[in-house]
Ligand binder design. Structure first.
Ligand SMILES: [Zn+2]
Length: 331
């Protein structure tokens, strides 16, 4: 126990002088968390409360811009580790479930939102793909691929799990991917969780800004940016930023690459569109030498802060955010 405590203290000392950025997607009420289709993308409300209480007590919580400024000016060497909280996608649970907990602990976060879906009732493509996958048989998945002229021999034996199905779809061309998903049967609207599964509205974004949080862009439609031609890439970035500026009455400078996918061309396009910092999904923390257009983060997979029964466990959480664990499940 003493050795474990020493190891944790040593690992946390390496957080000093650097910015540790946490990534969240969904925060769901405990009873809805249990049967969510993408368990790796959500944490339960009770776990999130434990995480926020912990960083509010043990860390200096900053916004990305404050953290970058502190790194640049050499003022990041406080006693407490510097931590920033980010959310990708912009689901309604962020404002309804997560924000009240953060507000109570004085934690201000950055929300990277898929602007084209803000205020609409449309589902993001991967939610559609996942819900159609859920009701499809192996034969139906294979038939959908064959109907679009795509080799489906890799899933001959058993229905692929959700992780394999999604990574297969992500490797397809955008039009092919849309065609395959369109071939699958539609399970109909999801009413039970719809109040949380929709994205936020423009009023809800303003509500977050009024509470001291920051809004950033996550594109218009969540495409995998390296697959886009120059014109579509520019449109995804510029339309999203100008729309957010119109809603919020202030310029938006932060960006998060969908799926973390970026290359030098995409990085440059994001900078050219006016962003001063951008988050990847690469695991790590950021020192003064970090490229602000390629910030590393730590994905808050629920297992990274769980005790034996899935409850919040502070030593596991501290180990995760101080990078003690290797991250074999990193995406
Ligand atoms: Zn995303």
């Amino acid at each position: 126990m003493a050795a474990a405590t020493g190891l944790l203290a040593l690992a946390e000392s390496r957080m000093r002088g650097r910015m540790t950025i946490l990534t969240f997607h969904r925060v769901l009420p405990d009873e809805l968390f249990k049967d969510y289709l993408f368990p790796s993308l959500a944490v339960s409300e009770s776990m999130f409360r434990g995480q926020m209480e912990s960083i509010a007590r043990r860390c200096q919580v900053v916004t990305l811009e404050e953290g970058l400024q502190a790194l640049k000016s050499g003022q990041a060497e406080g006693d407490k580790p510097m931590v920033a909280v980010t959310f990708d996608d912009g689901y309604a649970d962020n404002v309804r479930v997560a924000a009240p907990i953060m507000n109570a602990h004085g934690v201000r976060a950055t929300f990277f939102v898929v602007t084209g879906f803000i205020g609409t009732d449309a589902e993001l493509w991967y939610d559609v793909a996942a819900r159609r996958w859920q009701i499809a048989t192996l034969e139906q998945l294979a038939a959908a691929c064959r109907a679009c002229g795509i080799d489906a021999s890799w899933m001959k034996k058993a229905k692929p799990d959700i992780g394999h199905w999604m990574s297969f779809l992500k490797r397809l061309e955008p039009a092919q991917r849309a065609n395959v998903v369109a071939e699958l049967a539609d399970p109909g609207p999801l009413e039970s969780r719809r109040h949380l599964d929709r994205l936020m509205t423009a009023e809800e974004l303003r509500e977050l800004v009024d509470a001291g949080h920051v809004i950033g862009s996550h594109t218009m439609s969540h495409p995998l940016l390296p697959q886009l031609d120059a014109a579509s890439l520019k449109a995804e970035l510029e339309t999203s930023l100008s729309q957010l500026q119109k809603w919020l009455g202030q310029p938006v400078r932060g960006f998060s690459y969908p799926n973390g996918d970026h290359d030098d061309r995409v990085r440059q396009a994001v900078a050219d569109a006016g962003c001063t910092h951008a988050c990847t999904t690469r695991t790590g923390r950021n020192g003064p030498e970090a490229d602000p257009m390629r910030l590393s983060r730590i994905d808050m997979h629920p297992s990274r802060a769980s005790g034996l029964h899935g409850e919040f466990d502070e030593p596991s959480f501290r180990a995760s955010i101080s990078l003690i664990h290797p991250y074999p499940w990193s995406r």
